[in-house]
Design a protein around this ligand. Structure first.
Ligand SMILES: Nc1ncnc2c1ncn2[C@@H]1O[C@H](COP(=O)(O)OP(=O)(O)OP(=O)(O)O)[C@@H](O)[C@H]1O
Length: 361
């Protein structure tokens, strides 16, 4: 699975119950739900094993850990892992992000105030400005930066020694990082979407921390609708908890979880209203495609970008929709998911106009 093509865009994810980007409520409660050490961190076995070796070896040498690059979709635990790295190294952590560092001076200010061994977590590292990025190369390699004082021909570079530190960079798209930056990380970990069984464990753990009673079937129901993402699992758990409190006695069973998530229009596979509207239009109006993106967007009354960036990534990842040079095409799984019969070889079934993009997309 190529996650580069399948991540929700940050702007789009924020307002959906199944969006993978943190909303305000997530930010408020996530701190309480974060695993504190590698042992508590669920799933991502390979990453955990490799990181454990890197950190143990550094500790045994009494050295600062190598720089770490974490790549993967939002909500898979990159921030959590960076905090775990700091905790395992017994080091403080400073958290910032690429978009917050627009000038090299912003980065110089942060770097020059780091303590020895400190972990600097740089989220969305691919969105840093170019001059800051170049300053980071030298800081990562030689623990030194050149601070430029003055402007024009009179400008001078004053070298500044930095204490050894560990940079933990996070990105949703490792492919967007320039190779000189990527090469300066001693350890790169790619985080995959979680398996349903792993998400069940996440739900059980969070339920315990939130003091919510949940049956195994209830946790499985929530996990199956969480799109492989712990952040979404935790968010759905909170909505199901509300429902269980108001409509029942607080205990989350499979039926309660299913009924609660039906209210929020999250279906058993994790598709929401928009995802289903796109699939339904593709199947019912266009016979499963191929149809151009613009036509599909008009048919569901959404912007082209919304369909492309919000709905499609998950549909593609789930194998329900394919992007082909001739347009969007539904897979047999899409017909099955919506309980519809695909048209026969001579254009029977629900039919469709079989046209490409009327709007020239
Ligand atoms: N492996 C895990 N085990 C248990 N909980 C997890 C795990 N990974 C993530 N979580 C939970 O999911 C939530 C989101 O995780 P986190 O903020 O680390 O994601 P992220 O990848 O940094 O997201 P973003 O890219 O948006 O910053 C946290 O509250 C955390 O508790």
């Amino acid at each position: 699975m190529n996650w580069d093509e399948t991540t929700d865009s940050p702007a789009a994810g924020a307002e959906r119950l199944v969006g993978s980007v943190a909303d305000r409520e997530d930010q408020a409660v996530e701190a309480a739900l974060r695993p504190k050490d590698l042992g508590e961190f669920i799933g991502q076995e390979k990453v955990r094993e490799q990181l454990d070796l890197v950190l143990r070896a550094a500790r045994a040498r009494g050295a600062t850990a190598d720089h770490v690059l974490l790549s993967g979709a939002p909500g898979l635990g990159k921030t959590t892992l960076s905090m775990i790295i700091a905790a395992e190294m017994g080091a403080p952590i400073r958290i910032t992000s690429g978009p917050a560092i627009q000038h090299a001076g912003d980065l110089a200010a942060i770097l020059s105030s780091l303590q020895e061994g400190e972990v600097l977590f740089l989220d969305e590292i691919h969105r840093m400005s170019r001059p800051a990025e170049e300053m980071l190369y030298m800081a990562m390699e030689d623990f030194r930066v050149d601070v430029i004082v003055g402007k024009g021909p009179g400008a001078t570079a004053i070298p500044l020694e930095l204490p050894p530190f560990t940079l933990v960079g996070a990105t949703t798209r490792a492919g967007l990082l320039p190779p000189p930056l990527r090469d300066r990380f001693g350890f790169t970990a790619h985080m995959e979407f979680y398996e349903p069984a792993e998400l069940e464990r996440v739900v059980h753990r969070s339920a315990q921390l939130l003091d919510v009673e949940i049956e195994a079937d209830g946790a499985a129901e929530i996990a199956g609708r969480s799109r492989g993402t712990p952040r979404i699992a935790n968010r759905l758990l909170r909505r199901v908890r509300d429902y269980a409190q108001v409509k029942a006695d607080g205990l989350i069973t499979r039926d309660i979880a299913g009924a609660a998530l039906a209210v929020y229009e999250v279906d058993p596979r994790g598709l929401d209203r928009l995802d289903r509207a796109v699939l339904t239009a593709l199947l019912k109006l266009f016979g499963g495609g191929p149809v151009g993106l613009s036509t599909l967007a008009v048919a569901v009354g959404e912007e082209r970008e919304t369909v492309e960036e919000v709905a499609e990534p998950f549909l593609v990842r789930e194998g329900l929709l394919a992007r082909t040079p001739r347009g969007r095409v539904a897979t047999p799984a899409a017909w099955a998911h919506l309980g519809l019969t695909p048209p026969g070889p001579r254009g029977g079934g629900t039919g469709g106009n079989g046209q490409g993009d009327l709007f020239g997309a």
